[in-house]
Ligand binder design. Structure first.
Ligand code: NAI
Ligand code: MG
Length: 497
């Protein structure tokens, strides 16, 4: 029997003695201050690594290296060279994928089977960005200026990018920030989350192994203050952020001083609507995993589940029984479906909402408690939780919990449910379940969110835009807009007579 209660036999060799430095200008360097911070396993509580804590001086050094690289030989890489580099990176990442997935699982606790499940998505993404590298183009434009002038546009890399990512999908987030950087010829200083920075660090090393020149991809590990220094740095041209709304607001404020280009991938409280004619056998498990996947630590989680009255009781009962059947366990155990929350801080946040639900009158159908038995006392597991009869104005129905908590609400008519689905300050995603194509298309049109899935919940692809309406952010990742955000447009005029 394998022992999943210790990370001892699972640490990738790359971790070595567990001390990790910053990656600046192609070199592993200590923070100027010599300060470090520790990263612990969300599942076993053990120390995973001790990382360098980047301060303002280190961020400045990384930005300078990034600027120099942007103006150096990297600027003369041909599109096909950047493409070849991304394809090499895809191969290196694939060869080391199990270790990369393990780093995420060790730090933030996502069940190992789920971490390993991201392999195909990561490959598709890097290969997509490789394709993009040789497909960037401007336009030739007719003009009506009185003398003969040829006008056309050049697409140019925006420059030094500051990328700030969260802990809920570290490797994936790093790839979706660094991929477009390499495709477009930008350079980047990446600040991973303090709870899970290792896979991003290793990913950046692999970029160098793939042939990225020093200074193009830099990683500064640290907490909020490191991210704040990056978002305020005057020589950063663009900030790409994924994380919480309040932090996003601070970044926008800091970036305003030098008018950086900014993209914000923030949270949500996404509606998932099950009409009475839906295929419930498909809808129920998908709706459940739309909330419980990654223990609810997913920006697009479908946490407001609207169910049409005739099937309401049935959906509540079957969803609860599905939730009860999920296997809660240690992150390293391949049979585990529900792992721990990332940290005590995140648990306290979720626990606050678990207390609020019943207080505000929601009916607890299943879950609602922390799990500690079976060796689960070193981290923070929360049972998949279902609240029924939730009112739209309860805090559990309005605020992003980022834990495995579903709020189910009955509805009676199409117009009513659309209005209620939209009465949220968020607009990241939404789901619709019906066999009626006209109803589905009408709902798609009226839901105010950046992604809508019909008879499915949650899908992402590098070719398809993903991002927020309203307070879920602005800018898109995936699709052509993702790439546009890393490019500037120059209008060129040439006198031709
Ligand atoms: P956060 O938004 O504070 O952290 C995300 C990243 O921003 C991390 O790398 C962090 O170090 C950095 N950061 C923190 N303060 C910063 C600042 N002032 N300037 C620049 N960068 C800064 O999110 P946190 O605190 O980890 O989680 C709190 C809640 O946020 C969660 O419970 C969840 O509701 C939401 N969240 C949403 C995510 C999403 O994917 N939409 C991801 C992570 C958190
Ligand atoms: Mg941790």
């Amino acid at each position: 029997m394998t022992d999943y209660s210790s990370i001892a036999g699972f640490r990738p060799a790359w971790l070595g003695d567990g001390r990790k430095k910053l990656l600046i200008d192609g070199q592993a360097v200590e923070a100027r201050s010599g300060e470090t911070f520790k990263s612990f396993s969300a599942s076993t509580g053990e120390l995973v690594a001790e990382l360098a804590l980047a301060g303002e001086a280190d961020v400045d050094r990384a930005v300078k290296a990034s600027r120099a690289a942007f103006e150096g030989p990297w600027s003369r890489f041909k599109p096909a060279e950047r493409q070849a580099l991304l394809l090499r990176l895809a191969e290196l990442v694939d060869a080391e994928f199990d270790d990369l997935a393990m780093l995420d699982t060790l730090e933030m606790g996502r069940p190992i089977t789920a971490s390993k499940g991201l392999r195909g998505m990561l490959q598709r993404s890097l290969r997509h960005f490789a394709g993009v590298a040789s497909a960037i183009h401007g336009q030739t434009l007719g003009n009506s200026f009185p003398v003969e002038l040829l006008s056309y546009t050049l697409r140019e890399p925006v420059g030094v990018v500051g990328a700030i990512i969260p802990w809920n999908g570290p490797l994936f987030s790093a790839a979706w920030k660094i991929g477009p950087v390499l495709a477009t010829g930008c350079t980047v200083v990446l600040k991973p989350a303090e709870d899970a920075g290792l896979s991003a660090l290793r990913f950046a090393e692999l970029c160098h192994e793939a042939g990225v020149p020093p200074g193009v991809v830099n990683v500064v590990t640290g907490a909020g203050a490191t991210g704040a220094a990056l978002s305020a740095h005057p020589d950063v041209d663009k900030i790409a952020f994924t994380g919480s709304g309040p932090t996003g607001q601070r970044i926008v404020e800091a970036s305003a001083r030098t008018f950086k280009k900014v993209s914000m991938e923030l949270g949500g409280k996404s509606p998932n609507i099950i009409f009475a004619d839906a295929d419930l056998d498909a809808a129920i498990p998908a709706a459940a995993m739309g909330v419980f996947n990654n223990s609810g630590q997913v920006c697009a989680a479908g946490t407001r589940l609207f169910v049409e009255r005739p099937v309401y009781d049935e959906v509540v009962a079957r969803l609860a029984s599905f939730a009860q059947g999920l296997k809660i366990g240690l992150s390293l155990d391949p049979s585990t479906q529900i792992g721990p929350l990332v940290s005590q801080r995140q648990y306290e946040r979720v626990a606050g909402y678990l207390a609020l639900g019943p207080q505000q009158g929601a009916r607890l159908v299943t879950g609602g408690a922390r799990v500690t038995e079976g060796g689960l006392d070193k981290g923070y597991w929360v049972e998949p939780t279902v609240y029924a009869d939730v009112a739209d104005d309860m805090r559990i129905a309005c605020e992003e919990i980022f834990g495995p908590v579903a709020s189910i609400m009955p509805f009676d008519s199409f117009d009513e449910v659309i209005a209620r689905a939209n009465s949220s300050r968020f607009g990241l995603a939404g789901g619709v379940w019906t066999k009626d194509i006209n109803k589905a298309m009408a709902a798609v049109k009226r839901i105010r969110a950046g992604s809508v899935w019909v008879n499915h919940y949650f899908a992402m692809d590098p070719a398809v835009p993903f991002g927020g309406y309203k307070m879920s952010g602005f800018g898109r990742e995936g699709g052509s807009e993702h790439i546009d955000a890393y490019l500037q447009t120059k209008g060129v005029w040439i006198r031709t007579e």
